[in-house]
Design a protein around this ligand. Structure first.
Ligand code: 5RP
Length: 221
């Protein structure tokens, strides 16, 4: 928890008065949102935000952080979000918290994407973390089969006995790939399958990665 907090708080230093900021999702992004709320109180920081999940939206609302609707977000100055894996090219796996679609839309609409992680998320090659793929409910069994035929080894994400449902009303299949040698190619292949809404590969989207280390240091990549 302390490592996640340290990386998140460092990233919030990049937020300046008047910015439009994308709020990520997850236990690391949580600390960034909390720190933004503190800075608003301490310094009168004036920002507008867009949240990538209902959970982050609720947190922002509780802290009195102004939220703008997606339709009016325009181009954001900065988004701060977590990740499940980060490779040496700053490509990412995201979506462990199920918010990958809104996260990718918000990241793509941001001038700068800052990713906040502790050192455990840094990998040589992506793929050990199961890759989330968001799938529309219509004919989802067929889409699942298509993923299987591609060699993705999909597994439905469950919420007890039921399939997990995203904020967008879709399902998630987590793909046990082990090793992703061509993230860009796989990203394209997956998104070409009818029924796949998007997947958790974020290729060429992150601009800066803030990594907190157990020795107390913070590294900017
Ligand atoms: C949610 C995400 C999260 O950013 C990712 O899962 C990392 O989460 P955490 O900070 O809790 O480890 O992509 O969809």
């Amino acid at each position: 928890m302390e490592l996640k907090k340290a990386a998140a708080e460092r990233a919030v230093d990049f937020v300046k008065d008047g910015m439009k900021v994308g709020l990520g999702t997850g236990s690391t992004a949580y600390w960034a949102i909390k720190r933004l709320g503190e800075r608003m109180k301490e310094e009168g920081l004036n920002i507008q935000t867009v949240a990538t999940s209902k959970a982050s939206e609720d947190q922002a609302r509780e802290l009195g952080i102004p939220l703008i609707p997606f339709a009016e977000m325009g181009r954001l100055d900065l988004t701060i979000d977590g990740a499940d894996e980060v490779d040496g090219r700053l490509n990412l796996i995201k979506g462990g918290g199920g918010a990958l679609l809104r996260e990718k839309i918000v990241a793509t609409n941001s001038r700068r994407l800052i990713i906040v992680v502790d050192e455990s998320k840094i990998v040589h090659t992506l793929g050990k973390f199961p890759l989330p793929v968001e799938i529309v409910p219509f004919a989802h069994e067929w889409t699942f089969q298509a993923l299987d035929q591609l060699g993705c080894r999909p597994q439905w994400r469950m919420n007890g006995e039921e399939k997990y449902v995203t904020d967008n009303g879709n399902y998630i299949a987590d793909c046990l790939l082990g090793r992703i040698s061509n993230a860009e190619g796989l990203n394209q292949k997956l998104n070409m399958i009818p029924g796949v809404v998007d997947n958790g590969l974020f290729v060429d989207l992150a601009d800066t990665v803030v990594v907190s280390h157990s020795d107390g240091s913070i590294e900017l990549k």
